[in-house]
Each structure stands twice: as C-alpha cells, then as structure tokens.
Design a binder for this molecule. Structure first.
Ligand SMILES: Nc1nc2c(ncn2[C@@H]2O[C@H](COP(=O)(O)OP(=O)(O)OP(=O)(O)O)[C@@H](O)[C@H]2O)c(=O)[nH]1
Ligand SMILES: [Mg+2]
Length: 721
C-alpha cells in the first residue's frame, strides 16, 4: 500500500495561545474552509468540533488538545488548471492540526503536542497582545525548537491594535517577528487584510467569508504598505547570503524566491511571520493556511529524531522515511466517546499496519494493533497503514502510556521522553459509597493515564486517597469527569498545596535488621550515603549500577557480593517507599542521591523484605541528619488592574510573602509582576476583585519550588499532626 500524500505535502502543526485568544474559533474556521464541516459552530454556543468534551462545551474553554486532519489547496492555486485541464491540486496539502488549551492548568496539552508537531500558529488577542500564557507557550515552542507563525486575531474588537500587539511580540517574545500583513480597518470597521508580499488587499465574502476577493490596496494604506514591505523583504533576505547580495545589487526578489528564502528562515527559527484578522468575523484565516503551506516545515524539513538503542545504550537516529525501521511516540491517551480508548502517536520513521502487533520498547511488550483511526472533525476515518511523518490514533491499546516508544522489535529504539511538570496542588477525595469506592480506583487510574500531570496517591496509614494536579480548575474538571464519565460520586476536601521535602546536607546511616523467631529468621543489613541530587551530566551514559529518575538517583556501589545482587532491588524499593513517606511532615522527598555503600548477608535468613525494611530505616535515619527542609511551590503572578489600585495590590502581594518584580503599562491598565508562594494564593481572585472593584485580574503559573521559611515550616508540621 502506497502513501496517499507525499511527505513534502504534509504539515503537522499546533494552534497555541493564551486562554481565549481564539484558537478554537480559528480551528473551526479551518475545518469549514477545508470542507471538513459544513456549518460553523461557535465556542459561546458550545458547538465547536474541537471542544467536544461536555466540560469544554459548558465552560467555553478548551481542556484537552484535539487532533484533526484536513486538506488545503492554497488560495493562490485556485482556478489554475493542470496539463489535463482539470483543477490543479498538485499543491494540496494534508494538515494534521492540534487545537490546544490556553489555560495554565492544562498546559501539559501544549507541551506534549509541541513535542510531536513540526510547527505552530501562535494566536494573539489583538486587544491584549502578548499575555502570560503566550509567553509560556512561546517558551515551550522554543524548547521544542518548533517554527512558528503569528496570527494577531480579534482585530474587530473594541480597543484592538495591530501595531501595539505586534510591538508586544517584538518586545516580549522575539525581535525577529516580521509583519507580513496589515489589517484593513480596525474594531467594527475591520474587514480585510493587506498582503505585503503580493501588495494586494483581500476581503472575505459569501457564507462565513468563504470567498476571497483580491483588490488593490486602499490608497490611504499604500504608503505604509510600501514601507513595511521593504522592511519585511530586508529582514528576510538578511537570513540568506545569496539573496542578500542580490538585494544589495538592487535586484527585485520574485515572490517565489522570497517564499523559498523565507521558508528556510522560518524553519530555522530565524523569522516569525506575523499575520492578522478576525476569526470570529471570518477575516484572514485562509491566508494563514496559505502561509502554513508556504513557510511551516513538512516532516522532511525536520532533523532526524534521536533516541537510545536499548540494547547498547548508544544514541541512534531515525529519519522521516518509510523505508527506515518503524519508530513512533505515543503522546496522548484519550477516552473517545465513539470508539473508546485512543492512543495518539506520531510516526517518525517506517510504517505500521492495522491488524499487526505493535512493539512497545519502553515496556518491552507487544500488543495487537487492531484498528488505526484519523480524526476528521467528528468522523473517525479508519486507516489501514500509517506512514513516516503521520499522526494517527490506535484503538484499544491497553499497555501504552504517554511518552512510550513504539518501534520495530528487531531494530529497537527508545525516543526521548516528554518532560512534564509536577503537580502543585492536591486534595483529599473520598468515595460516597462502597460501590463508588470500587469504581473510583479504576476511574482515577484511567484519568491519570490520560493526563501525566494528574496524580493519584494513597496514604497507607490513613487510607485516604489524594489527587494532585496543576491547579484548582484542573482538579475540579477531573472530579467532574469522574462523576460523569465513570459515575463515581465522591466527597472532596479543600485544595491543599503539594509540598515536597528534600535534604540540603549529606549523611550516612547503617541498619542491620535481624529477627530470630524459631524457624527461618530475617536478615538485612545496609549502609547508605545520601546527598542532594545534581543533574546527570549531559550526554553521559548512565552505568548499569545507577537508577536515574527525574528526582531520585540510586547508586549501587556494592562490590564483592557483600549483598547478593538479587536483594539490591529490594533495597532500592525500601528507599523509594521511605521517600514517599517523607521525613518532616509526610510530604514526598525529592532530589536525593542515595548510594548503597556496604552491607552483609546471612546464608539462610536474608530476605527481600528484610533488606527493604533495613533500607527504609537507614534512609530515614540519614535524612533526619541531612538537614531536611520543606519545599513549597512558588508561582509567577501577573496582576492587571487600573493604575490607581497599584498601591493596594502591591501591599496585598507583599503581605502574602510575595516579591514584586516590576510593573509595566498594559493598554489602559498596569501589569504587576511578582513571585508568590502558592499557599498564600487561595481565594486571591476574590480578594483582588473586591480590592479593585472588579477591574483587576490575576494570572498565575508555577515557577519553581523553594525552601519554606522556618516559621512556616513549624506551622506546616504542626498542622500535619
Ligand atoms: N470579537 C472576537 N471574538 C473572538 C474572535 N475569535 C474568538 N473570539 C471569541 O473569544 C472567545 C474565546 O474564543 P476561543 O476560540 O474559545 O478561544 P481559545 O483560544 O480556543 O480559548 P481556550 O481554548 O479556552 O484557551 C469566544 O467567545 C469567541 O467567540 C475574534 O476574532 N473576534
Ligand atoms: Mg480553545
């Protein structure tokens, strides 16, 4: 079976932005203009295609990233005929698009999407310009090296300003953002855009702006258009020596040559073209799609994906090529209302067919791959075979989790894992009845599998179940989903900060656990050394005697069989369990390197359980002497309010152990930036509202964990008792 689309005519891209910038509204237009849907649904009526979850439709926000496939024939190809006299669709491109949420609590969706996408369209609210989540998502895209186009949306809104928004991109995101268009008219009068490359004006008419009308640039805009065109060309040719030389020689660059040079520059993250319009008023979206075709990379433009050969530990690479060994990354699990469990994966190399077995190199297990589907709006299209560079979803896989690698069993590779943030907030959850109790475990496990930033733990002493996540809204949605999708009724406690514990010093401890009880006794003896964990040196291979986790490292330095090899995993397990229990106030210990340096054994009495207990006791004893401290999440806070409330707002932040970092004008308001401990911030939005007569708003995002002051530590420990 052949692939239906050549790699160079595929674009995998995401739509990312701050909350409410218009990503879903834009995605819905894309589905309409590409003919995937015949009626546009709006966010405010809860009828869009990509916001399909009940909670999304009710609240008008995106919660989970939705992947959709569609096909686009660039507008500049329209009306062209091929050699046979038929419509020329030689440039038609397949889009795999992911509409992501903007709310910080669901930021995991942006992170994992960017990992498997080749490009992104970053949407901005034309009134607000760059907002906190625009910055965060831009940073994620930087980390993932994803080329970007910018779309300044909502130009129809009162107070919209293309120039101000563009300036905020230059100042806060990247100075290589370049105007490729200008809006025609703003606010209620906004109705078209000027394309600076073609030097034409475009307006949109017909049903939902489906017809694109080209005309001359309005006379009063010509001057600006010429100026900004020159600026655009100069910025772009600067990235290419040959083009620069021609430019200096005074030669006019052709549209095609400009596109070629620009494409290279965008893919190299040297240029970020800026477009504009209004998704809601159907202005400009089609031209952004043309730009996706012209400037964003196909899988062929991306560097080979790197991974580790699990047999040798050596770094190996796979190219976007159907003839290479199969490799793919699972990036998202979703319980689909129509077909059940879906595992989304991106194929990096080779191909895979439905009805065969898929090898998971992360678990070392094989599973039958029954069906593969691609999501096209609300249809699920069955596909027989998936090729390099494609994104699809497997139906019904049981063992695969986010970040797992699928590959050719004969030519194994493990791709780099997606790094997720740690949950900062948690609450106690209690099933209402015995029947709920049984269902709750299963429901929480499923939800946790879908979302790596949602964690479930149980306190063995109290029997309590604790769920943790990224914020109050995150946990609220999860509890709501548990009720509706799994019909589990539960009582929930108040949200609490997810504290952690760690050590600042180094210590050693030894424990000999011996029990003589008539028959076979117990014997386990270990000596441990612990210290704060430093990052593993980049590029250095992890030796066999080291288990390296994100926040814990275990080194087995036993030589000469002082402890038989079969008991070492029990020692590690004992340490793990002790870490989960914490040392000061029962919060999980993190960032510790633990070295097993010495021990002994007994021919008859040694057992796994004895080593586990000995290790737990020794580890806790060592922690007590290694300057243990409690860590708390510190949040990055932005408060936007009229200037006259500045004094009150700053006062309130300071009284919450906050650190003011600065302020800047933002439209008619002032934006105040600060770092504040999360524990002080519950209910802050309400306080702020009353402090500013409803005119202030706050945005918060996790920044880092920091040691709590001694007096606060005492308070936390007291409370725990
Ligand atoms: N005036 C105006 N409103 C718009 C425009 N685009 C979107 N909106 C409105 O802005 C609100 C948010 O739009 P969405 O498309 O849900 O924004 P989003 O970026 O997907 O939001 P999240 O996914 O929740 O982060 C909705 O009420 C839209 O109707 C636009 O171009 N102009
Ligand atoms: Mg949305």
């Amino acid at each position: 079976m052949q692939r239906d689309y050549p790699l160079e005519r595929m674009r995998n891209f995401g739509i990312i932005a701050h909350i409410d910038a218009g990503k879903t509204t834009t995605s819905e237009r894309i589905l309409y203009y590409t003919g995937m849907i015949h009626k546009i649904g709006e966010v405010h009526t809860g009828e869009t295609t990509t916001d399909w979850m009940e909670q999304e439709r009710e609240r008008g926000i995106t919660i989970t990233a939705a992947a959709i496939t569609c096909f686009w024939n660039p507008t500049y190809q329209r009306g062209l005929k091929d050699a046979a006299g038929k419509d020329d669709v030689s440039q038609k491109v397949r889009f795999n698009i992911i509409d992501t949420p903007g709310h910080i609590d669901f930021t995991v969706e942006v992170k994992r999407s960017l990992r498997v996408l080749d490009g992104a369209v970053v949407v901005f609210d034309g009134v607000a310009g760059v907002e906190p989540q625009s910055e965060t998502n831009w940073r994620y895209a930087d980390e993932a090296n994803v080329p970007r186009l910018c779309f300044i949306n909502k130009m129809d809104r009162m107070g919209a300003s293309f120039e101000k928004s563009y300036k905020s991109i230059l100042e806060r995101l990247n100075k290589n953002a370049v105007r490729f268009q200008l809006p025609i008219g703003t606010e209620a009068d906004h109705h078209g855009v000027v394309d600076l490359l073609r030097m034409k004006a475009y307006t949109f008419s017909g049903e939902k702006g489906i017809d694109i009308i080209e005309s001359e640039i309005p006379a009063d805009m010509l001057e600006d258009a010429k100026k900004y065109r020159a600026e655009m060309i100069e910025k772009v040719v600067e990235t290419d020596d040959a083009a620069m030389q021609n430019f200096l020689d005074g030669k006019e660059i052709s549209i095609d040559d400009f596109k070629k040079v620009c494409r290279k520059a965008v893919i190299a993250n040297k240029i970020f073209p800026v477009f504009t319009g209004s998704a809601l008023k159907n202005v400009g979206v089609q031209l952004v799609l043309d730009a996706v075709v012209d400037y964003l990379p196909s899988p062929l433009d991306m560097p080979a994906i790197k991974g580790i050969d699990p047999n040798t530990g050596a770094e190996i690479a796979r190219h976007a090529d159907d003839s290479e060994p199969f490799s793919a990354l699972a990036f998202k699990l979703q319980n689909d209302p129509f077909v059940g469990q879906l595992t989304f994966f991106r194929v990096y190399s080779g191909t895979i067919e439905a009805g065969t077995y898929i090898y998971n190199s992360t678990t070392g297990k094989k599973e039958r791959l029954g069906r593969i589907v691609r999501l096209q709006a609300d249809k699920r299209e069955e596909v027989k075979k998936v090729f390099a560079g494609e994104i699809a979803a497997a139906v019904g896989l049981k063992d695969a989790l986010t970040s797992h690698t699928f590959c050719d069993e004969e030519k194994p590779i493990i791709l780099e894992k997606i790094k997720f943030m740690e949950p900062v907030i948690s609450l106690r959850i209690e099933p209402k009845t015995k029947a709920d109790q049984e269902k709750m475990g299963l429901a929480l496990r499923k939800l946790g599998n879908e979302d790596p930033t949602f964690r479930v733990s149980s306190n063995q002493e109290t029997g309590e179940t604790i769920i943790s996540g990224m914020g109050e809204l995150h946990l609220e949605i999860m509890v709501d989903r548990m009720k509706r999708e799994f019909t589990v009724e539960a009582n929930v406690g108040k949200p609490q900060v997810a504290y952690r514990e760690t050590i600042l010093g180094e210590a050693e401890a030894e424990e000999k656990y011996v029990k003589q009880t008539g028959g076979k006794g117990q014997y386990g003896h270990v000596k441990l050394n612990i210290k704060p964990m430093l990052p593993w040196p980049e590029g250095e291979k992890v030796p066999k005697n080291v288990s390296n986790y994100d926040d814990f490292r275990f080194i087995n330095s036993i030589t000469g069989g002082a402890i038989p090899g079969e008991f070492i995993p029990a020692v590690e397990k004992g340490v793990h369990e002790a870490m989960d229990r914490g040392i000061l106030a029962g919060f999980r210990l993190v960032n510790i390197e633990c070295e097993l340096t010495y021990g002994s054994y007994h021919d008859v009495d040694s057992s796994e359980i004895a080593y586990k207990i000995a290790a737990s006791i020794a580890f806790q004893a060592a922690c007590k002497r290694a300057k243990p401290v409690i860590l708390e999440p510190i949040m990055k806070l932005e408060v936007v309010c009229p200037e006259k409330y500045m004094g009150d707002v700053i006062g309130s932040i300071s009284s919450k152990r906050g650190l003011i970092e600065g302020s800047e004008p933002k439209g008619m308001n002032l934006a105040i930036h600060a770092k504040v401990p999360l524990s002080e911030m519950f209910g802050y939005t309400t306080d702020l509202r009353s402090m500013t007569s409803g005119q202030g708003s706050a945005q918060m995002e996790f920044d880092h964990y920091d040691v709590v002051p001694k007096n606060v530590e005492t308070e936390i420990i007291e409370k725990k008792k």
